[in-house]
Design a protein around this ligand. Structure first.
Ligand code: ZN
Length: 64
């Protein structure tokens, strides 16, 4: 099988992947870190469960 080696681009920033590791991962190292950080933090505008519980302290949810 004669597989042509074509330059791969990062799907996030569209820059060419140069290192073998980046190519194996499918994205550049910076974008990989950014993506990881995004996954670990809750999306903006959405309450974390801690915030939700704190807000709920003032409302008696169970009395209706
Ligand atoms: Zn990238």
């Amino acid at each position: 099988m004669n597989k042509r080696v074509k330059p791969l681009n990062c799907p996030v920033c569209n820059r060419q992947l140069k290192s073998q590791k980046s190519i194996e991962r499918g994205m550049g190292p910076v974008c990989a870190i950014k993506l990881l950080e995004k996954e670990n933090e809750p999306p903006k505008g959405q309450m974390s469960i801690d915030e939700y519980l704190q807000e709920g302290d003032e409302v008696d949810m169970w009395s209706s």
